[in-house]
Design a binder for this molecule. Structure first.
Ligand SMILES: *[C@@H]1O[C@H](CO)[C@@H](O)[C@H](O)[C@H]1NC(C)=O
Ligand SMILES: *[C@@H]1O[C@H](CO)[C@@H](O)[C@H](O)[C@H]1NC(C)=O
Ligand SMILES: *[C@@H]1O[C@H](CO)[C@@H](O)[C@H](O)[C@H]1NC(C)=O
Ligand SMILES: *[C@@H]1O[C@H](CO)[C@@H](O)[C@H](O)[C@H]1NC(C)=O
Ligand SMILES: *[C@@H]1O[C@H](CO)[C@@H](O)[C@H](O)[C@H]1NC(C)=O
Ligand SMILES: *[C@@H]1O[C@H](CO)[C@@H](O)[C@H](O)[C@H]1NC(C)=O
Length: 423
């Protein structure tokens, strides 16, 4: 990784002189068209600056494509339309690019950066009115960053309506120092599907981010290769996830993922893997280590039986396979598990979508796998206390996991074993 980022920096310093476009602001009008118009001149060797102290109206989506050696600097506030039907009509139109900001550029550095000044540089999508109305129709995803040799840093995002940073089509990206604040208001609706980073790209280093949201803090989907997520804080969401993989029988591939040094605060899941019944392919060499859970419902959760419970009951499938998993390590987990009865904000059904049949509610580790689909899955140094003080439980089928996973594989008390693995 280090060599890679030295290369990125060197590349941008040898490129030529940079011209700067300062985005103008017209009160009461959409500021996006002037940016779009400027791109004809400013898509190479340029800085596009949203000025500090200005509040820009980004009332229509902006596509930045084919950028080469460009820095997009969001030092001003940027606001999406606050009117829900206006946004929905744009998202529904055939010309919607899929995200409000779509940024692409190959083989030359593209930087997206915000401001270190807490008073300015916020991107606001006015999410609470959508969450409170449970309105999930034509929601705008925020940023798609499909770049080779890119940086995303110091961005500040607030109240998004849907996903935040989709970087799965990127290669060689360093995302750091970003702040995503999508917190449910007391008594307000839940911020559904507000994933922090969608990170199924190649050679991604995502670190020192603070993410408060209502879905995966990070999720590595198929295509993810050499992805590191570390030194971060996640609050209120749905975990450090791989997946979901293998939907509709598709062939998934995820390899070399390291997730380390993360505090998971009041999240539904800690470390999480999800693949669909009947899927194919493999997820290999995935490590979660040095994870602190605080008040987390499911600290370690692996399922090959994922489905979208929000859409209906579990599909009837006679399949007994799923995307294979190999070389999974869970190491150094500490903290507290939320095992008192409660209903997480995303639960809208009875039973809740995350309910696990046969569980006691005190499980620190759940491995829900098919026989012959998992190789070398190990947990080491898991020291999680339950809030109720009862002994942590596990769910694990010894017919599905034949090697020593580091604890007694059964549905019962958590009993650590001396794993013979070389951890
Ligand atoms: C950008 O700068 C590089 C290096 O000076 C130069 O080769 C290239 O032609 C420039 N591109 C544009 C579109 O000006
Ligand atoms: C920018 O947004 C922040 C956070 O919402 C706010 O505190 C600040 O006053 C805004 N600045 C301007 C110039 O509108
Ligand atoms: C993954 O990282 C390794 C080691 O740095 C490198 O050799 C390999 O090319 C990377 N894989 C991809 C797909 O970029
Ligand atoms: C496993 O992934 C890590 C990165 O998380 C990488 O450093 C290591 O080389 C990979 N191991 C193999 C055998 O590919
Ligand atoms: C699955 O099969 C059962 C029993 O045949 C039926 O009651 C249920 O509705 C089916 N579920 C779906 C999602 O098709
Ligand atoms: C696990 O935690 C222990 C104690 O905090 C530490 O010494 C060790 O280096 C950690 N292991 C890894 C793989 O980081």
């Amino acid at each position: 990784m280090r060599g890679l980022f030295v290369a990125v920096c060197a590349a941008s310093s040898v490129l030529g002189a940079v011209s700067t476009f300062v985005v103008p602001h017209s009160p009461g009008q959409d500021d996006s068209p002037s940016v779009v118009a400027a791109l004809a001149k400013y898509s190479a060797n340029a800085t596009i600056l949203f000025k500090s102290g200005v509040s820009y109206n980004i009332w229509t989506p902006i596509v930045f494509s084919g950028l080469k050696n460009v820095e997009i600097v969001m030092e001003g506030n940027l606001t999406l339309p606050s009117d829900v039907p206006t946004v929905q009509a744009i998202v529904a139109s055939s010309s919607f690019p899929g995200h409000w900001f779509k940024i692409s550029g190959m083989s030359a550095g593209v930087t997206l950066r915000g401001s270190l000044d807490p008073r300015t540089g916020w991107i606001n999508s006015h999410g609470p009115q959508w969450w409170d109305a449970m309105n999930q129709v034509n929601r705008p995803h925020l940023v798609n960053f499909g770049v080779t040799n890119g940086v995303i840093r110091n961005m500040k995002i607030v109240d998004s309506v849907a996903w935040n940073f989709a970087i799965s089509s990127s290669t060689n990206v360093h995302a750091y120092g970003n702040y995503i604040d999508i917190r449910q208001r007391p008594g307000g609706g839940f911020p559904f599907n507000t994933d922090g980073f969608g990170a199924g790209g190649k050679n991604l280093l995502i670190e020192e981010n603070i993410i408060l949201n209502g879905d995966d803090c990070v999720t590595v989907g198929s295509g993810g290769f050499n992805v590191t997520f570390r030194n971060s804080y996640c609050y209120g969401g749905h975990g450090l996830s791989i997946g979901s993989l293998g939907k509709g029988g598709s062939v998934a591939s995820v390899q070399n993922v390291l997730i380390e040094n993360v505090i998971m605060d009041s999240e539904l899941y800690g470390a999480r893997f999800k693949s669909w019944t009947g899927g194919a392919g493999v997820a290999r060499n995935i490590t979660w280590r040095n994870i602190v859970v605080k008040n987390v419902r499911f600290p370690i959760y692996v399922t090959q039986n994922y489905w979208d419970q929000g859409i209906g009951p579990k599909p009837n499938s006679s399949s007994t396979t799923s995307t294979h998993i190999e070389d999974f390590t869970f190491e150094n987990f500490t903290g507290t598990q939320r095992d008192t009865p409660y209903v997480e904000g995303s639960c809208v059904s009875d039973p809740c979508w995350y309910a696990v049949e046969g569980a006691t509610g005190h499980e620190s580790i759940i491995f829900d796998l098919y026989p012959g689909t998992g190789t070398n899955i190990r947990a080491k140094n898991v020291n999680i206390r339950t809030k109720t003080g009862v002994r942590p439980q596990v769910m694990c089928d010894p017919a599905a996991i034949t090697s020593d996973p580091g604890f007694k594989c059964w549905n019962g008390d958590f009993v650590q074993t001396k794993s013979k693995g070389s951890l």
